[in-house]
Every structure is written in C-alpha cells, then in structure tokens.
Design a protein around this ligand. Structure first.
Ligand SMILES: Cc1cc2nc3c(=O)[nH]c(=O)nc-3n(C[C@H](O)[C@H](O)[C@H](O)COP(=O)(O)OP(=O)(O)OC[C@H]3O[C@@H](n4cnc5c(N)ncnc54)[C@H](O)[C@@H]3O)c2cc1C
Length: 494
C-alpha cells in the first residue's frame, strides 16, 4: 500500500512542527487565512521552554526596507542570497504591528538600533522590547516569557490545535516520494500520523543540544548553548531524510558562555554577564587575547576570538577561556541574567550573590588570582596573575590597553578574594539547517523546492556571518513563519 493511502490519525491544512516563536507565527497566520492548523510540540505543556520563552524578548523591526535590505545582506557576508535578506527586510517593516495585532498588551517600544552601525543601511534597523519602555537589563523584566505568553494566547485563541508531548520524528511522503504530505510523531500514547493537506512547516529550532551535529558542523568543539534543551536538531534530520540541502551549518549566534554540571550528571548552560567592569579574560596559558568589553556589552563577535586552534598541540587554547574578577563583581549581582534563559523558565535559580554557585564549584575562588587560576585548572597560574597585575597597572597609569579596550572599562581587579569562571564558545542558538528560498520553501540538493515542506526560525535561519541586531532571531522567526504559511496556502504575498 503506498504511504499516502495509509491511514492518518489527524489532519489539517497546515501542520506546524514546534510551538515556539516561528511556530506561533505560522499557526496564527494560517488561522487568519482560514486554514486549519495542528501544532505538534515535543515538550509537555507544563515543561514547555521554547527558546522564544527563554529569550530577552527583543525583536528587530525595520523602518526603511531598502536600507535594511542592504544592511542584512552585508551582515550575511555572502552566506544568504540577497533576495532572502530583502524579503526579510520588507516583511520586518510590519513585524511590530503584527505582534500588536496578536496581543496589544505586548506594548513593544523602541530601545535601540543595529549592532553594526558602521555598515551601510544600518539606519534602517530598530530594536524593540515588549512590556513598555522598561530598561533592557531590568532584573524583573522577563520580557521573553511575557512575549511568548502573548503569542501562546494568540495561538490558542486562533483555534489552532496544539498536541503536546508529540515529538515529530519523520516526514511522511507521497507514494512517489516527491511531496511531503504529513508528519509522524512519537507520543506517550504511541505513533501519531498527521496529514498536512497544504504543507508542513518545520519550526523546531536548531541543533543546540545534539553533540554529533555540533562536533561535525560548528567551527570548534566543545560548544554550548543556553537555549531550549528540546532543540536537538530534529528538523535537520527530518529534512535531510527527504533530500533537503543544508546551509551555513557552521554558523551560530555566539558569545562566551558558562556551562556547568549538575548533581545528576546533566549540564546546564547560561548567558554570562561579566559587567560591571573589573574583568580580565585569558587563555589556558594565562594570557589575554582580546578586548573583553565586547563580551561585557553582550555583542556577538567576541566568540570568534575563542575559536583559534593550535595545530602543533592539537588543542583550542581559548576553549575554555578563563574569566577573572574580584569580590566587588561577585557582590554586584548574579553572573548570569536571571530574567532570561534557564533562570527565567524555572530550570535553575541562580543565587543573587553567587554563593550557591561557588559552593557548587562552578565559580573557582582563591586568595590571589594565581590561586583562583590554579583551582580552575589553568596551565600557568603565575602567568594569569602577571596578566591581571599588568592590567591593573594599566588601569592605574591610564596606559592604553594593548587589546584596545575602552578606557572607561579599565577598572582594576584588586579586591580579594578572587574568582575564575571557565567560559566556552557558544551562544543562544545555531542558525544552520535546511536550505530555504525567499518563500520559506525547503530546497533539495539541486536547489529545487521540496513540495509541501517549509521552514522558519532558528532552524536554517536566514542570517550569516554577523548578527544584525538584538532581536534578529525573533524577527526572522516571525517574518518567515508568516511567509512559510502564505507560500503553502498559495496566497503569495510577501
Ligand atoms: C536566553 C536567550 C535569550 C535570547 N534573547 C533573544 C532576544 O532577545 N531576541 C532574539 O531575537 N533572540 C533571542 N534569543 C534567540 C531566540 O530566542 C531564538 O533564536 C528564537 O526564539 C527561535 O525561535 P524558534 O521558534 O525557531 O525556536 P523555539 O522558540 O525554540 O521553538 C522551537 C520549538 O520546537 C520544539 N521542538 C523541538 N523539536 C521538536 C520536534 N521534534 N517535534 C515537535 N516539537 C519540537 C521545541 O520544544 C520548541 O518548543 C535568545 C535565546 C536565549 C536562549
């Protein structure tokens, strides 16, 4: 019996795989076009931690499509066809209004602009935050959970049907194999086969937590990500099985991050906030190698400097790297941002003064920098001490920093005890995945659309070398989630 005549358990016009930001945009758009929708979500409703919910809730908008198109293309660094950047720019002109149409209470307001103001077209970019004009780093402002709550209400109110604990496992193809006609999921009740009359939209996130994919695709190893533990590259595997091409698998939204072991042997990753100033980062030999203020300001370029590989020794000397700070920083607040990531969704409660994490052995302590360095396992603790001493002297004398660090950030690390935390290259998300075109159609290895298959969000996101602006991930997820469904329904407008 050909697969397309096998029985299905459920059916809808559009089947969305993954209930995050991109999946919400796809589901709401489908319902607005009068299409029926089933959303398959891997996680249980009461343990649902999509990265959209863990996020800072920042969304990139566009005030001038032509400028933004140029800018996004420059940031892509040749990895994304210009047509996709242009479609994204044009769609993002309306993305903030679209969010307000889903939930006016989201109340997004402009808080900034492009991450690379020096690049052409940057003036076309705006960054918005939900919840009114709250300060960006307000420790109580869980903007991501607030944003996702609004989206989730919108999805449920639209009449889309969400099936929880239904991890999609395989795509179902027509008898000829040419077309994707449904999805097979594994639920606690057994296999669930869902027919998609108009299209399947994959919005199930990147491969943040698949060690094999990370080792094979990313630029260094290990790499860690502080996004949804459920984003394990399932969409990559499903798309590959039906012949999808892959693109920019080596790309990610990166920074230096913390990765720590829990009692049960599992690990958890965190965004690490090294500000306020009074920080030095060294390699395993105790030597500084970059201007740390880029990491302190939560920009996305610092991680590139962690990727260096020493072929003679067969090691990555900056993976991990070592962040040194003193008692003043320890008491200034948690080393992570408690309103995003694992802390925001209840996966971990980081102590306000970092004492619990010192007890856990995540933060190494010493009476001197050398002692803290030795506790962290650095190769040359004396060199680390010398690096911090030299840095402190430069702070005192006002000598320009050899790494080019801005003078205002040159605050000494002098008040003991001293601390050290290992930081790894990683970030919020990977961006590689199935290759898609400007209609969000997934392409095969010959560049042809695979009929019935679409994708959006961080699974094969349309961004390349440089992160365009805070909020770009969510902007892309919302814009291409909408576009994917419009393409599937044949409404065509972009
Ligand atoms: C701490 C943090 C802060 C961030 N801050 C920002 C920010 O301020 N602005 C910004 O733009 N970006 C930010 N990001 C990145 C951004 O949140 C993500 O890139 C974006 O939310 C991705 O949306 P998505 O819909 O593609 O994936 P997600 O929101 O992660 O949704 C994917 C969903 O698919 C489900 N799933 C996975 N596999 C399957 C399967 N096999 N079957 C069914 N379901 C499956 C997952 O459980 C999940 O619910 C941040 C990320 C983190 C972690």
């Amino acid at each position: 019996m050909p697969p397309d005549s096998l029985s299905f358990d459920m059916e809808a016009d559009i089947v969305v795989v993954g209930f995050g930001g991109a999946g919400s945009a796809a589901a709401i758009t489908a319902r607005r076009h009068g299409a029926s929708v089933i959303v398959l979500e891997k996680q249980a409703a009461n343990r649902h931690t999509p990265s959209t919910r863990m996020s800072g809730g920042l969304v990139m908008g566009v005030n001038d499509a032509a400028l933004a198109s140029t800018y996004l293309d420059r940031c892509a660094g040749g990895m994304i066809p210009a047509e996709l950047s242009d479609v994204w720019a044009r769609r993002a002109v309306g993305v903030i209004d679209w969010l307000h149409s889903v939930d006016p209470a989201l109340n997004l307001s402009r808080i900034g602009g492009a991450e690379h103001p020096e690049l052409p077209g940057s003036a076309g970019i705006d960054v918005y935050q939900p919840g009114g004009a709250r300060q960006r780093l307000d420790p109580n402002g869980k903007a991501g959970t607030f944003l996702f709550a609004g989206l989730a209400r919108g999805v449920l109110a639209s009449g889309a049907q969400v099936v929880w604990e239904a991890p999609a496992h395989r795509l179902i193809r027509s008898a000829s194999g040419a077309q994707v006609i449904g999805v097979e999921a594994r639920t606690p009740g057994g296999t669930l086969r869902v027919r998609a009359r108009k299209g399947v939209v994959l919005t199930c996130g990147g491969f943040l937590h698949d060690e094999t994919m990370k080792r094979n695709f990313l630029r260094a190893y290990p790499m860690y990500f502080y996004g949804n533990p459920g984003n394990t590259g399932d969409g990559v595997r499903m798309a590959q099985e039906v012949g999808a091409d892959l693109w920019h698998m080596n790309q990610m939204i990166g920074r230096a991050i913390g990765n720590f072991r829990l009692e049960d042997g599992s690990d958890l990753s965190f965004i690490i906030f090294i500000n306020p100033p009074g920080y030095v980062i060294t390699d395993r030999y105790g030597q500084r190698f970059a201007d740390e203020s880029s990491q302190a300001n939560l920009l996305h370029g610092f991680y590139y400097s962690l990727l260096e590989y020493d072929p003679d020794k067969g090691i990555y000397p900056r993976n991990p790297c070592y962040w040194f700070f003193d008692e003043t920083r320890r008491l200034a607040g948690p080393l992570t941002l408690p309103f995003v990531g694992a802390s925001a969704v209840g996966l971990y409660d980081w102590s306000a003064d970092n004492s619990r994490e010192i007890e856990r052995g995540w933060i190494y302590r010493g009476a001197t920098i050398a002692e803290a360095a030795a506790a962290a396992g650095i190769d040359d603790p004396t060199a680390a001490q010398a690096s911090v001493d030299a840095y402190n002297q430069a702070c005192d004398s006002g000598t320009p920093d050899p790494m080019g660090r801005p003078a205002a950030t040159m605050v000494p690390v002098r008040t003991g005890p001293f601390y050290c935390v290992k930081l790894y290259p990683g970030g919020s998300n990977t961006t590689g995945g199935p290759r898609r075109n400007a209609r969000a159609e997934v392409l095969n290895t010959y560049g042809e659309p695979i009929p019935g298959l679409y994708a959006a969000g961080e699974l094969g996101q349309a961004s390349g070398m440089q992160y365009p602006a805070d909020g770009s991930n969510l902007s892309e997820a919302f814009c291409f989630g909408q576009i994917a469904v419009e393409s599937a329904l044949g409404s065509g407008s972009r």
